[in-house]
Design a protein around this ligand. Structure first.
Ligand code: UTP
Length: 289
């Protein structure tokens, strides 16, 4: 029997240079897609996968994230007095259960591997999810739930992947597979930003992982890798020598909200997918075109 995945680590302490200057005063994952911050969608996705405890790895100046996931007595009492029940429900939708969120400071953005390592004491000795919140996944079955189901099937470590556009593999972390049969395949390796033409597959690591707690011992010793940062990929490659890793090609569409055009695409797609907004959104977009 595999152990249940109850906790998720959400590293949000990066600088967000690709969406500056907006990310200067608003943490990038607090930028809106339609009418909610990006993080609201990611937390919703995690809850649908059974996650009970969220560990945010934050940096300086990101207090807005903690405030967003807290009650807002002034706004709520005004909405209550005015009988604006629908908006009130929206305002309260993302509130955690008491004790269901932790915020850990990563004192310097030393890399994703370092950010995940900062969660070690809260995660303890159980498998956990890592979600890169700037990747927004629209899927009939929420992406992390697909990963948790795969973990229930094969155990070990799961990395969510998807096909990258032709000729773009050199921009991503790419997985190597031990044969390809269906969507869930045993991995043999991974490579960060392979030189063009050397990529072992066309599947890139897209921002959702289920990892075993042994990763923390490796992160503890992990030296700097690509870009001078402590890379999660390097410790995962080490762990793969002793534990099974499977790549899950999930069913759905990814929007990279850490990038200007990706954020624009997400706004358009999520507005068009909203029954209450679709017609007006389509009319507005058509008029602009
Ligand atoms: P990215 O490299 O996509 O995010 O890291 P970034 O550094 O914020 O963005 P750019 O490249 O400067 O535009 C993936 C995720 O890991 C987090 C980021 O916040 C993002 O959610 N991260 C990265 C950390 O929490 N700490 C780090 O040291 C590095």
């Amino acid at each position: 029997m595999t152990q249940t995945v109850r906790k998720a680590v959400l590293p949000v302490a990066g600088l967000g240079t690709r969406v500056l200057p907006g990310a200067k005063t608003t943490p990038k994952n607090m930028l809106n897609v339609v009418d909610r911050p990006i993080l609201s969608y990611v937390v919703e996705e995690a809850r649908a996968a059974g996650i009970e405890h969220f560990v945010f790895i934050v940096g300086r100046g990101q207090g807005a994230i903690e405030d967003y996931f807290d009650s807002s007595p002034e706004i709520e009492s005004i909405l209550e007095a005015k009988g604006r029940v629908e908006i009130l429900a929206d305002v309260r939708r993302d509130l955690p259960k008491p004790g269901g969120m932790s915020f850990v400071r990563q004192m310097a953005p030393l890399g994703l591997g370092h950010a995940v390592w900062c969660a070690r004491d809260i995660i303890g000795d159980e498998p956990f999810a890592v979600m890169l919140p700037d990747m927004l996944m629209a899927a009939p079955t929420p992406c992390l739930a697909q990963a948790v189901a795969a973990h229930g099937q094969v155990g070990g470590n799961i990395i969510v992947v998807e096909p990258c556009p032709a000729g773009e593999a050199h921009k991503y972390g790419i997985v190597a597979l031990d044969g390809q049969d269906g969507r869930l395949n045993r991995m043999t390796g991974m490579v960060e930003k392979p030189a063009p033409g050397t990529e072992p597959s066309n599947l890139f690591i897209s921002g959702r992982y289920i990892l075993q707690p042994e990763i923390f011992e490796l992160l503890e010793r992990q030296g700097k890798g690509a870009g001078g940062e402590i890379q999660l990929t390097d410790s995962m490659a080490e762990l793969m020598k002793v534990q099974a890793f499977h790549a899950l090609e999930y069913e759905g569409t990814t929007y990279d909200c850490g990038d200007k055009i990706g954020l624009l695409r997400a706004n358009v797609a999520f507005a068009l997918a909203r029954p209450d907004l679709a017609d007006a959104a389509r009319a507005a977009i058509t008029a602009l075109l």
